[in-house]
Design a protein around this ligand. Sequence first.
Ligand SMILES: [Zn+2]
Length: 102
Amino acid sequence: MRIECPCCGPRDHDEFRYGGDASVTRPAHGDPDPEAWYRYVYVRTNPAGLHREFWQHVIGCRQWLVVERDTRNHAIASVDLARKLPARKSPARKPSARKSPA
Ligand SMILES: [Zn+2]
């Protein structure tokens, strides 16, 4: 698999380190909801198809990249510098189903 680094050009994937799923959204700092943190740390979709992933060019420019890769055949659809992408906001939480006693 070859990854087209925006800074260095096409390089073998051995020069990169996988950095995890780029499609998950980190809960807001201080979010007390344990379910939101559980989903952030443990729950993954594992799709058969396009998947957004973090990769770092460790033997190169050391930049973090967001790579959109097809998990079925490793075809890469896009590569962007992670720092150039807009920060994603945490999804709005549903209001609690519990009601406080009146
Ligand atoms: Zn690079």
